[in-house]
Design a protein around this ligand. Structure first.
Ligand SMILES: *[C@@H]1O[C@H](CO)[C@@H](O)[C@H](O)[C@H]1NC(C)=O
Ligand SMILES: *[C@@H]1O[C@H](CO)[C@@H](O)[C@H](O)[C@H]1NC(C)=O
Length: 416
């Protein structure tokens, strides 16, 4: 069924309406005119969902024309294309997604299933009275954001000091807003243009492009581009920024002293990217293999920094000397040097006085050794023999005092 246009160009209708108009003014015979009860409401719907317009018309049935009751009709029209979608309970356009219902005596609905982008626009509910009555409302079709993978960056590699351009594009309606964040929640140093001030540290940066210049190792990590337009769900893409540089080794303690037969720990801090191979050697270059004696651990503190530890268990005199921690990656290598020396346990010379005093004071051990400044753990045998200099001097004074007291006591007893 084809109907070129609704009321306005239908000659017959026009004629009828014209007559009506004359009759109306002549006789003044008129029932209640149809009228809209509520305004037609704008509808916003996500693509793929259903939309409904509701038009409520009063007195539609009681339209009196020259003494005869006439029923006016409700039509749905797409305003921009002027296409008639439906008249009364019949869909005119050949769009299978459209349907109309006449729910009760005064409510008319236009339903659009599985809404598409092209359904967007102005819709009109029209009643063929004279003059024609109509109301309009807008259908907005929104589309959740979607990242355009072909136009969006993936993981990136940049030498330290170089620059990186991360791009993220998304489609959707309204146009999605793109925001960049670091996955670890760290600040992004904006050196590029855009809305942000140069050199500012920001937790998030807006725009399709994130430009990082003079990149440092601390900028290495995962970046997220998040696209949002108020239509859920928001989407994001994660990209890794790898910053490559020559390995660097820092040695916190280059001279390590400990008593023979104790456990000793050697440490190096390594910074390297790409990930390096780290190992320990003796001064001779002989590689150290982990076993019962050597325990090696590598703890990574970040994407690029590793703490290397070498524990030598109950070390011998033969273990004294130089050690190297070595880090190698595809860009280069670095080494750190550590020297292990024996920390002397000071042997106290036993004097004659001490021997005499020892007889009086059996709490104190005859073995009086001490470590100068050795802070490390003590082994079981050595634990209870440590006695710093001033403490032993103090004990000696105490013993002399007790001796004098005894002599005084003997003297008093002698007097009695
Ligand atoms: C309906 O939408 C149109 C177009 O977006 C707008 O101009 C109008 O103000 C809206 N009407 C209401 C009642 O929100
Ligand atoms: C440490 O390295 C491992 C293996 O390369 C990695 O899975 C882990 O995320 C790293 N940890 C940190 C804190 O970077």
């Amino acid at each position: 069924m084809h109907m070129p246009q609704f009321i306005p160009t239908n000659a017959a209708s026009l004629l009828l309406l014209y007559m009506l108009l004359i009759l109306q003014t002549k006789d003044g015979v008129f029932g209640f005119e149809p009228d809209f009860l509520y305004p037609l409401e704008n509808v916003t719907v996500a693509q793929g969902r259903d939309a409904t317009f509701t038009c409520v018309v009063n007195n539609l049935g009681g339209y009196r024309v020259s003494g005869d009751l006439t029923t006016a009709r409700v039509a749905w029209i797409k305003a921009d294309t002027k296409a008639i979608l439906a008249i009364h309970e019949h869909v005119i356009t050949n769009n299978a997604r459209l349907s109309v219902t006449h729910n009760d005596f005064n409510t008319w609905t236009l339903n659009i299933r599985n809404v598409m982008r092209e359904d967007r626009g102005q819709y009109m509910c029209q009643v063929n009275t004279d003059p024609m009555k109509m109301q309009t409302a807008f259908l907005e079709v929104v589309i959740p954001p979607d990242i355009i993978n072909d136009e969006t960056s993936g993981d990136m590699m940049v030498p330290e000091g170089g620059s990186a351009k991360l791009v993220c594009k998304a489609r959707g309606h309204p146009k999605p807003r793109i925001v960049w964040r670091r996955e670890d929640g760290g600040a992004i140093l904006s050196r590029g243009g855009g809305a942000s001030v140069r050199g500012e540290r920001l937790l998030s940066i807006e725009g399709e492009m994130l430009t990082l210049t003079k990149v440092t190792r601390s900028e290495m990590g995962a970046y997220l581009c998040i696209a949002a337009n108020g239509v859920p769900p928001s989407v994001s893409k994660r990209m890794m920024l790898h910053v490559h540089f020559h390995p660097l080794i820092q040695v916190p303690n280059q001279l390590v002293g400990a008593p023979v037969n104790t456990d000793v720990t050697l440490q190096c801090h390594v910074e390297a990217s790409p990930k390096a191979i780290n190992y320990w050697t003796r001064e001779s270059g002989e590689m150290i293999i982990p076993n019962d004696k050597y325990v090696m651990t590598d703890i990574n503190n970040s994407y690029y920094s590793v703490q290397m530890k070498l524990i030598i268990r109950r070390f011998h005199k033969s273990d004294l000397g130089g050690y190297k921690c070595i880090s190698k990656n595809s860009i280069g290598d670095a080494e750190g040097n550590i020297r292990l020396y024996e920390m002397e346990m000071q042997e106290r010379v036993e004097t004659e006085e001490d021997n005499q005093l020892d007889e009086l004071d059996d709490i104190e051990s005859t073995e009086k050794r001490l470590y100068n400044g050795y802070q490390g753990p003590l082994t079981e045998t050595e634990e209870n023999v440590v006695m710093p200099d001033d403490v032993s001097g103090c004990a000696r004074a105490n013993r002399i005092f007790i001796l004098l007291l005894l002599l005084l006591l003997l003297f008093v007893i002698f007097l009695i």
